[in-house]
Design a protein around this ligand. Sequence first.
Ligand code: PMP
Length: 284
Amino acid sequence: RIAYVNGVYVPLRDASVHVEDRGFQFADSVYEVCEVRDGALVDETRHMGRLKRSLSELSIRMPMAENALKVVLRETLRRNRVVNGMVYFQVSRGAAKRDFLFPSPDTPPTLVVIARSLDRAKGDAGAASGIAVITLPDNRWERVDIKSTGLLPNVLAKQKARQQGAKEVWFFDEQGYVTEGGSSNAWIVTAENTLLTRPAESGILRGITRTTLMDLARRDNMVVTERAFTVAEAKAAKEAFVTSATNVVMPVVKIDDTVIGDGTPGALARKLRAHFHSVAEHSV
Ligand code: PMP
């Protein structure tokens, strides 16, 4: 496998950044994950838009022009022969003598791109059974709208989920409302078949899959309401699922010790998963 690091393509085993890279020392960096399907990047425009927003919120400059970055993504995919899988790209504020304060503005940002093939049949098989999630208090910072690599709370929470036989964690805020998953957005379906997901104004990352799924649901005349729901409401829901670039729509069949519906993936979740790529952007 090949990685792109600051202007060069190198074998992954030799791919490294400086020990004083600010991404390494301060998690002073942001990232994106884009699904690759049949050779096309899924929702690349929206992922680029969010990358630029994350960078701008942190006053980190784009490592190169957007069009050049798009070429690097494609070249990394090509060199790794990825047709179905994902591309990960990360930008840090660059390498500089360790200091909390921003380095001089001429410090070049670090850009790393990694690509990986993913077995679609395996993903579909996982979605056919659905996943269990556990709930935990959200102990993250207020700026989770920025897709930063500062993911230690997510790492610890997802590890705890794994120890309890679950694939994902759902964080909840001080009022008991679900915020989002450790690496996904959270959704439920009410008894009236209304899709509920938390407004992106607070407490969550504005997931690209979440946004595109809202396009799909509205196209198909489903009712989507952006409102927060509690853990108790989720446990009593008709269906539950999560969205993310790599898992698309993943049904949730158990929350803590509560089985959702009949314990199998819900009809709406299955339908949304099946139709997602008919509305998402595909760029070659
Ligand atoms: N929330 C968090 C905390 C995430 O890490 C992710 C995935 N990176 C998402 C939501 C889903 O976002 P997307 O649909 O853009 O992958």
